[in-house]
Ligand binder design. Structure first.
Ligand code: T1G
Length: 691
């Protein structure tokens, strides 16, 4: 079957693109469209052409999978757009769903655009580390002006069809059937001459617009390449010929596309979608419908978790052990919503509607009808086992029993119930109503239905769900533990905490390991280290960080930790910490040495990579791509780096192994094996049939 069907409606030739699921401009699509234009050119009975997407959307862009194909094999979208622009008969783009990237660029090269009221139009290329490469940087400013064009191209966010109509980006909104409206529009304009061409218009944009844009991207797109190209090209649209801008766009597109940043962002685009695919689960795997939720614990995590369900209209019963704790939890939830309302992102009515879905209670019996119950209490196995034992008596058959534990053994929790198949871990990240990552912990007996339902629920509450296995810390926290160990060692060897954090800022992370520890609370890690030492029968830990906690400096919450917080939030290097470190190094007879920023970055990042490789080898994570998704959505790793595993691929695993050995971190066996075979983690994912 051709990817482009040709049908006639009177004197109008209709070209329908059939390349599900999103009608990307894949190999076969340009050939079909060119064939359609050939017919239109040669047949004098054809007065105009309509181009429409079959299925759920217009063209959603170039086929991202073809970006790294040799130029001669990649679909030539620019070539088709150029032909459209010069075409001698009117062409009408009939837009529904999403006209994005190359799809909108193709539509702008048509004579006219007719859109369905629900359509969205945008140029999201910047989110892939590239720029509109088929005339978008030159045509969009010529339609909507440089300022609006920059807003759209730098945010990458689409606009609604109604706004596009106001801006002149769309000529008509279809009343009723889109194709009929587009065919009528084409018939009504079949004799319009001269044919209006966007490429022949001029673009408006003052020097202040470009200066402001250049200033803005320093913050919003720190360290990225393509945003500055987009500003330069939009400026060219206002002061140079279309041809000059068109040619410059081609050159800069290739430069951006071939950057590690674009490879990183494209890697994450697909990795995020792959993470939702679980071997053995298909779209036919039965799921249960989640119509209500129960949350045990109204603390920071429980309240945040409850908000996720309230935000999508699901009723929540929330349980606490005392009225005081319940009232405190409810007031935090209300305050969070009211703060959002104050920022204008929600009406007061929305706030009340959400809170009306919340049922507070002191009785666990109140959970008996919930379809899913999430325990979010103190991180203590005995407490959790006691709760799950009670839940086993109370919850209705088929209810999902989930723990929000961040490290504990979900198999052990499940063992106290008679329904281990219904038990799963749902590890939310704090703040739970904000962070997009959800680690879905698949226990040994978790059923496929419970797993598939949890994955669907993650999508429903707008989380990025990643399935992980049971081990201490699962994936994210297990890797961050090694990262924290390495950070502490670097300070013992002579680095200052602020230099360690600065090395990760330079990589693009918003926070370094010590800023993150201060924010989470140093006592959290302290108690875990004390507990682990006690369980292992080892002496009480007495590291420099333990000593800081024992001085009562617990981090941001006590206005002092590794850093001081004179204003309550901004970390300032602390003389008290410097003094403690000097004393500590003297006590332990540790000599200081200068450590380069390069060594700091490598040792910290590779400590994540090394543990990640071990996690892959143990099957705790399915893919290296899954680990990257976890680090980008859970720990602020910059998406344009693609995540720690993609970053390691970019450095070359042979170099990573050499550096690990140089800095005294023994490489994990899988990492060494891939390095010896000259492979990447991405290849490992593909060979496992998981990417
Ligand atoms: N290329 C290839 N595959 C794509 C794709 C694309 N552009 N868009 C989606 N897919 C796949 C996706 O991987 C998934 O595959 C399936 O389609 C469904 O996607 C020259 C250079 C359109 C809003 O950036 O934003 O044009 O997992 O799960 O939630 O200037 O897809 O099923 O195997 O996301 O309904 C610009 C990217 C490209 C749009 C639909 N366009 N796509 O969301 O479905 S660059 C984009 C999206 C460009 C030109 C430049 C979304 C969507 P699988 P999905 P969805």
């Amino acid at each position: 079957m051709s990817m482009v069907d040709q049908t006639r409606q009177g004197q109008i030739l209709v070209l329908t693109i059939n390349n599900p699921p999103v009608n990307a401009f894949s190999p076969g699509v340009p050939e079909g469209l060119h064939a359609g234009l050939d017919v239109a050119e040669q047949d004098s009975g054809v007065k105009a052409v309509v181009i429409i997407g079959g299925g759920r959307t217009f063209i959603a862009g170039a086929d991202i999978k073809t970006f790294d194909l040799p130029r001669e094999q990649a679909p030539n979208l620019r070539g088709f757009v150029a032909r459209l622009d010069a075409f001698g008969k009117p062409t009408v783009a009939a837009i529904h769903g999403t006209a994005l990237g190359g799809g909108l660029e193709l539509a702008m090269a048509c004579t006219y655009r007719v859109a369905d009221k629900g359509a969205q139009l945008g140029l999201p290329e910047v989110k892939l580390g590239v720029l509109p490469g088929a005339g978008g940087t030159q045509r969009l400013p010529r339609v909507v002006g440089a300022q609006k064009a920059l807003e759209m191209m730098l945010s990458g966010n689409p606009i609604k069809a109604s706004e596009a109509l106001q801006l002149g980006l769309v000529d008509e909104l279809a009343e009723g059937d889109l194709l009929s409206a587009a065919v009528k529009f084409a018939s009504d304009h079949a004799d319009a001459r001269p044919l209006p061409r966007i490429s022949e218009r001029s673009a408006q944009g003052s020097p202040e617009v470009f200066a402001a844009a250049r200033e803005g991207i320093k913050k919003t797109h720190k360290g990225q390449l393509s945003p500055s190209f987009i500003v330069d090209l939009a400026e060219m649209a206002t002061n140079q010929s279309f041809e000059a801008g068109w040619d410059a766009e081609a050159r800069l597109f290739v430069q951006a596309k071939d950057s590690p940043q674009s490879r990183g962002l494209r890697h994450i685009f697909f990795a995020e979608r792959e993470a939702g695919k679980i071997p053995g689960l298909t779209k036919d795997t039965p799921t249960t419908e989640i119509k209500s939720a129960g949350v045990i614990g109204a603390g920071t995590m429980g309240g945040g978790i409850a908000m996720n369900f309230l935000n999508v209209g699901l009723p929540v019963t929330i349980v606490e052990t005392s009225q005081e704790a319940l009232d405190r939890g409810l007031s935090v939830i209300r305050r969070n919503y009211e703060n959002t309302a104050k920022k204008g992102r929600m009406t007061q009515d929305d706030v009340e509607k959400r809170l009306a879905l919340l049922t507070p209670t002191l009785e666990m019996e109140g959970l008996k009808d919930a379809d899913i119950i999430i325990e979010a209490v103190f991180e203590n196995m005995d407490v959790k086992k006691d709760i799950f034992g009670k839940l086993d008596q109370i919850a209705k058959p088929g209810a999902i029993l989930a723990s929000n534990t961040s490290t504990l053994d979900v198999n052990e929790i499940a063992s106290v119930t008679k329904r281990p198949e219904s038990v799963i871990g749902l590890h939310f990240f704090s703040p739970a109503n904000v962070m997009k990552l959800l680690e879905i912990v698949r226990a040994d007996n978790t059923s496929d239905t419970v797993l598939a339902t949890s994955m669907a629920l993650a999508r429903k509450i707008k989380k990025v769900g990643v399935v992980v296995g049971v081990c201490d810390g699962f994936v994210g926290n297990r890797m961050i533990h090694h990262y924290g160990e390495e950070a502490r060692k670097l300070v013992e060897e002579g680095a200052r905490p602020q230099d360690v954090d600065a090395a990760m800022h330079a990589l693009g992370l918003p926070m370094g390991p010590f800023e993150m520890s201060d924010m989470a609370g140093l006592d959290v890690g302290y108690l875990i280290r004390q507990h682990q030492a006690k369980v292992a029968g080892k002496p009480k830990p007495d590291g420099w960080l333990d000593q800081i906690v024992e001085q009562g400096r617990k981090g941001q919450k006590t206005q002092a930790g590794i850093y001081d917080y004179p204003d309550g939030r901004k970390p300032v290097p602390s003389p008290a910490t410097d003094e403690l470190l000097s004393r500590y190094r003297a006590e332990k007879n540790l000599s200081r040495r200068e450590i380069s920023p390069e060594e700091l970055t490598k040792r910290l990042t590779y400590s994540l990579v090394n543990e990640g490789a071990q996690i892959l080898d143990e099957g705790i994570a399915q893919r290296a791509g899954d680990i990257d998704v976890i680090y980008i959505y859970g720990y602020g790793f910059p998406a344009y780096r693609g995540g720690p595993m993609q970053y390691a691929d970019e450095q070359g695993l042979g170099n990573v192994v050499a550096d690990l050995e140089k800095y005294g971190q023994p490489p994990a066996p899988l990492l060494r094996k891939l390095a010896e075979e000259g492979k990447t983690f991405a290849q490992w994912d593909r060979e496992k049939g998981r990417a």
